[in-house]
Design a protein around this ligand. Structure first.
Ligand code: ZN
Length: 287
């Protein structure tokens, strides 16, 4: 007779054997499989997690990773994000063009306890959940669809109400974010659990997906409109940050730098804008 499966403290049932642990970062749990982690490692004490799948390499998604691995679980992440989990310093260096920033500049989302990765999501084979690549927030970002029809979507989708607190969600490639949102809209599931916020039914999730796509298209249109006249990188970052009502602090600024550059890179690739260097500054201009 198999012993009764223990479940993490505070875990809420959603469908079948799939539960979620609500928190600043929501985590999932299906019969010993953990999906991302609760920020509070004590909820996993004595639970017997055998496998942990991580949606992406931002520290708030694997805060209890090393603790869970020490208890015997294998840790899985996409190849492109594994190095961010094994060495969170890579995120910080990437943000600052590989130079060494001071602590002042670093968002807490990028600080984390390193966690060794045992397997890549590209090789994932587990009856409890399938891996769904949802890149854009990071390059290797993935969701997990459990066999009970629950999609843990990580940071691929921001619920409508979350946009008030995060009016410019971090994205390395907004076009990929849109493609991933469209992929989610075409999937079959009962519940969607975003990493931040509350679970939503499939029907409700479509409204949130539409809102997210509309926001991205709106920001992209504004970038293009602002580039009717030539602007430096610094200027366009400032104008978009002001439009989104971001607060003036270093951590927010450096996240905005990446996201606005994501929009600029996308528009450049589509041939909508040009880039040149003049007076030792980088300039962008709509074509
Ligand atoms: Zn993230």
């Amino acid at each position: 007779m198999s012993p009764a499966v223990k479940i993490p403290r505070d875990a809420q049932p959603l469908a079948g054997d799939t539960r979620y642990v609500p928190g600043l970062t929501n985590a999932g749990f299906v019969l010993g499989l953990a999906i991302d982690t609760s920020p509070d490692e004590s909820v996993y004490e004595g639970i017997g997690v055998d496998r942990l799948g991580i949606t992406h390499g931002h520290a708030d998604h694997f805060s209890a990773g090393a603790f869970i691995r020490d208890m015997g679980a294998s840790v899985w992440a996409a190849r492109d994000d594994a190095t961010l989990i094994e060495n969170p310093e890579v995120n910080i260096r990437g943000m600052f063009s590989w130079a060494k920033p001071s602590d002042l500049l670093i968002t807490r989302l990028f600080r984390g306890e390193p966690c060794k990765v045992d397997g890549y999501l590209e090789d994932w084979d587990d009856p409890r959940a399938t891996v769904v690549p949802l890149p854009g927030h990071t390059l290797g970002h993935c969701g997990f669809l459990t066999r009970d029809g629950v999609l843990f979507s990580g940071d691929a989708l921001y619920l409508e109400e979350l946009w008030e607190r995060h009016p410019l969600p971090y994205a390395i490639d907004p076009d990929l974010v849109v493609a991933s949102l469209e992929a989610i809209a075409g999937m079959e599931y009962e519940w969607l659990v975003p990493a931040h916020g509350h679970p939503v039914s499939q029907a409700d999730s479509l409204r949130h997906i539409e809102h997210h796509i509309r926001q991205i298209k709106g920001i992209e249109a504004l970038v293009l409109q602002l580039l009717d006249q030539a602007r430096t990188t610094e200027e366009i970052i400032a104008l978009i940050s002001a439009d989104r009502c971001l607060s003036d602090n270093p951590a927010q600024y450096w996240l905005a730098v990446t996201t606005v550059k994501g929009f600029l890179g996308g528009l450049l690739a589509k041939g909508s804008i040009e880039f040149y260097v003049k007076g030792h500054s980088g300039w962008w201009h709509a074509l």
